[in-house]
Design a binder for this molecule. Structure first.
Ligand code: TXA
Ligand code: MG
Length: 357
């Protein structure tokens, strides 16, 4: 936000056990939330930067610390089902049934909001996004404080943080507390579902896949065109859709196409950039690295045998590109199904150029 001064804060870093969080440590962070402070905490997806969801002043601090545009609403994190009904009105029956299976977990429902939810959280929308995170630390923190409004704990536009180290890079001196509980589990943010529509609409693909959601709920989901992140979006149902996201400083080139053609194209572009004297890296799975027979300037994305490994490494790899001083990175693409859809959504948004092989 232009013209808004970021307050320099004394940041306290608290290391906690991710499986069995020490209550007395959680209470220090909870105290900060209850006093209107802002706290970074781990979830099973990525780290979040949280404030008391019912305290507009505190929520405003979150936007300022992240440099986030005020018109991009944030998710409210809860620890028990009753909190859902305190915040949302008209929870459809199918959602009630679904959350019994899906929560705690990486699924966010957009629902009609009740009056008590401040406009700062929802950016003035009549709806509120809610999820119950499946991380012992997040749940303990909410239990010891209040429902917590939290976007991902990165500076706006940067890759989401999947480890406390990333958070410290972005947020040290901007927040009151950082809870360090090691690496997050999934590495990409929750699946966001607009449940005010019937059929419901996937606004952002995430760890809980469309295929799984359909099986669990018996519903046919629609996928919002913006969730595919193809081309520019004119009408953004989720305000977050219209902003460039996850971008490293290095130029990120995404190569799409059938597998072998894609790999040949990657090699061609890589050699061309090298000839031009650019410091360029390849972001590849083990299989693709093997296929291309490259040894140097490769950042490992994981394995195609389990694309959840790629999701987990994704944001870390984008940050690594900058840390290693590369001017450009060339990244392979994945099929738009299962967790591949979430990976491609993030890659297409992060890319400064997409080349079709
Ligand atoms: O996994 C996650 O969802 C992480 C962790 C911290 O929980 N949070 C996260 O928050 O990714 P954030 O703010 O980076 O992304 C929230 C997304 C944005 O795309 C936003 O536009 C959308 O959810 N959203 C929030 N409230 C909404 C609403 N009322 N209607 C439509 N979209 C909404
Ligand atoms: Mg985010």
């Amino acid at each position: 936000m232009i013209g808004v001064k970021v307050v320099t804060r004394m940041t306290v870093i608290i290391k906690v056990n991710p499986i069995n969080p020490e209550r007395e440590k959680i209470k220090i962070a909870a105290e900060a939330i209850l006093k209107g402070g802002i706290v970074v905490f781990p979830t099973e997806t990525v780290y979040g930067l949280g404030a008391d969801a019912l305290n507009p002043e505190a929520v405003r601090k979150v936007f300022i610390a992240k440099n986030r545009p005020m018109d991009n609403p944030i998710i409210v994190h809860i620890a028990k089902k009753s909190q859902l009904f305190e915040l949302a009105k008209k929870v459809p029956k199918w959602v009630e049934r679904a959350i019994d299976i899906l929560w705690p977990g990486p699924v966010t429902f957009v629902l009609e909001k009740k009056k008590i939810v401040p406009d700062e959280v929802t950016a003035g929308l009549p709806t509120v996004a809610i999820r119950m995170p499946a991380h012992p630390v997040a749940l303990a923190l909410i239990e010891e404080s209040k429902p917590i409004a939290a976007p991902s704990a990165n500076l706006s536009g940067k890759p989401s943080p999947t480890t406390a180290k990333h958070v410290i890079e972005d947020m040290y001196g901007r927040v009151d507390v950082i809870i360090d509980a090691g690496d997050t589990f999934f590495g990409v943010e929750s699946t966001v579902i607009d449940a005010t529509e019937d059929p419901p609409v996937i606004l952002r693909p995430g760890p809980m896949t469309v295929e799984e959601l359909q099986k669990i709920t018996g519903k046919e989901f629609k996928i919002h065109p913006a969730a595919l992140a193809k081309g520019s979006v004119k009408v953004a149902k989720s305000p977050g859709m219209k902003y460039r996201h996850y971008a490293p400083n290095a130029k990120l080139i995404l190569i799409e196409g059938a597998y072998e053609e894609m790999l040949r194209k990657i090699k061609e572009v890589f050699l061309r950039l090298k000839r031009e004297g650019k410091k360029v890296a390849l972001l590849l799975t083990e299989e693709s690295k093997e296929f291309l027979g490259v040894r140097e300037d490769v950042i490992n994305l994981g394995t195609r045998k389990n694309l959840y490994s790629v999701a987990k490494n994704l944001f870390k790899s984008l940050r690594l590109l900058d840390k290693l001083g590369y001017e450009a990175g060339i990244v392979e693409s994945f099929e738009l199904k299962g967790i591949g859809l979430a990976i491609m959504n993030r890659l297409r948004k992060a890319a400064s150029e997409i080349i079709y092989a």
